[in-house]
Design a protein. Sequence first.
Length: 197
Amino acid sequence: PVSIQTVVRDEDGKETDEKKWEQINKAQALWTRNKADISDEEYQEFYKHVSHDFADPLVWSHNRVEGKNDYTSLLYIPSKAPWDMMNRDHKSGLKLYVQRVFIMDDAEQFMPSYLRFVRGLIDSNDLPLNVSREILQDNKVTQSLRNACTKRVLTMLERMAKNDEEKYQSFWKEFGLVLKEGPAEDFANKEKIADLL
């Protein structure tokens, strides 16, 4: 925690000689908190911090999974496409945390390239803390997390298409071209992606 010394004021608003220490960074890792305790505004502010975007996200999904793999994911679909989205070589991906320790930005191993617009993070308890890119590529946990995150994003898009057509049209206008790459790239989810086209 970071604290600063502040001046104490009396009832009239005048400064006194008394000083008090006040904690200025009350932040806790948002994804570690219970979903019910987090407001939409907090999710939106966190998105802006993670993605360096000024606009609010279209939708997000916050999940804590325990079982075969133990992880937390916080995935956002932006409202506007980044300027370099059509560049397939551009590094993009989720922020990777292992046991709440930041490991890397742009961990592209957790999202297929047709979902390169997705922002957010994944915090896994099953990966080693000294993880490297090579370990991530050959790791069964990584593949399992990638499949789960991909299904989560496709489910978010299906719900949006079904429940909020106007919002989905906005999404399609921004990201439709990239999503069209999906059926050729991801045979396992070909049907789900085709339903979104």
